[in-house]
Design a binder for this molecule. Structure first.
Ligand code: SAH
Length: 329
């Protein structure tokens, strides 16, 4: 900025910073259509973001905290514990990275991409179509910063991203759901439910002791009544833990017992995380679980898996720079 007085530049050098995250590593998977970036923060912490390209659409999954305080037993991020909140700029920065990364894809399209139905540059969108707050951390545990990042990205003078193209996922913090239902912006909501039985859910997710299933679902019903928007529930399927048909029955029961509301269940076969002793349900069990829900009138789909080979899939973001550096080189 040579148009500024030299003394002022010196002052800025000492007191101000512009960029937030520093890109350390970018790993590629799924024929280059899934890309995970590891960023470092000014201290020593790292966070990750994942870009996923599909025919005609591109989603970035961004982090809201370094580490996570929620302690879910099946998630790699939880193992780090809470490290620090991200600023609105840190969160928005990940979206800018994804947009720039997306722009590089048409020129270096990998032949393997056609396995994912991306056959040529014309299948790669020019702009990101979705931003999901489903990376490291709990967005509602860093509500103000998370919400300001949405404003930055939504601003016509900023990224100009449509409100309906954001999805925030929460572990089930009821106060956050209550705040969001009064928000004039139409941000989509996803809830990590993962069990319909309080003892199983508390075992998997300590947050359930504070906000048990009935309280959580009351808040969700109020949210859908107020906003008239459909919510989605994430349900990770873990072999022998929450995946038998009895659990599917309980899930259908809790979701329809007080009357139907607009919702959808996303089934996610557990992605591998070291030292959890847990494994994913078989393909057959996943299908049976889905079919049972559908038979009860609960719309359910199995989430398409991306990024498992590069530790970029749901629940695998561990900020393991050494491992990522090794794998990337
Ligand atoms: N803290 C928020 C945002 C994270 S979203 C939340 O809990 O919703 C990441 C999603 O991946 C959550 O639904 C989380 O429960 C799920 N997840 C965590 N570990 C996983 C694993 N090993 N396999 C599949 N999904 C996992």
């Amino acid at each position: 900025m040579s148009d500024l007085p030299a003394a002022f530049r010196e002052h800025l050098k000492e007191h101000a910073t512009i960029s937030t995250l520093t890109e350390r590593i970018v790993r590629r998977g799924d024929g280059g259509l899934t890309r995970k970036a590891v960023f470092s923060l000014p201290g020593n912490e790292t966070v990750e973001a994942v870009l996923m390209v599909y025919p005609g659409r591109a989603t970035v999954c961004v982090s809201s905290q370094a580490g996570c305080p929620m302690g879910c037993t099946f998630c790699a991020t939880a193992k780090l514990g809470f490290r620090q909140d991200l600023s609105p700029g840190d969160i928005a920065h990940q979206v800018l990275w994804a947009q720039r990364e997306l722009e590089k894809i048409p020129e270096d399209l990998d032949p393997q991409a056609s396995r994912h139905r991306v056959n040529g540059p014309e299948d790669v969108p020019a702009r990101l179509t979705n931003v999901v707050f489903m990376g490291m951390g709990e967005p509602f545990n860093n509500y103000e910063n998370w919400r300001k990042s949405v404003d930055l990205l939504h601003d016509p003078d900023g990224f100009n991203f449509g409100a309906r193209n954001f999805t925030v996922s929460t572990v089930g913090l009821v106060p956050g759901i209550q705040k969001l239902m009064d928000d004039p912006l139409q941000i989509n909501l996803a809830i990590s439910l993962h069990a319909a039985d309080d003892s199983i859910r508390s075992d998997m997710m300590p947050v359930n002791r504070k906000y048990p299933i009935a309280d959580l679902l009351d808040a969700v019903r109020e949210y859908t009544a107020k906003t008239r928007r459909r919510v989605s529930f994430e349900y990770v399927l873990i072999d022998g833990k929450n995946d038998d048909l009895e659990e599917a029955r309980k899930l259908a029961d809790v979701l329809v017992s007080k009357g139907k509301f607009p919702m959808h269940v996303n089934l996610i076969p557990l992605n591998p995380v070291a030292d959890t002793g847990m494994t994913r349900s078989s393909r057959q069990r996943v299908n049976e679980f889905r079919d049972y829900l559908e038979s009860r009138g609960v719309p359910a789909t199995v989430r398409i898996q991306r990024g498992v080979d590069i530790d970029a899939a749901c629940g695998q973001l561990a900020g393991d720079v050494a491992k990522d550096l090794n794998a990337a080189s």
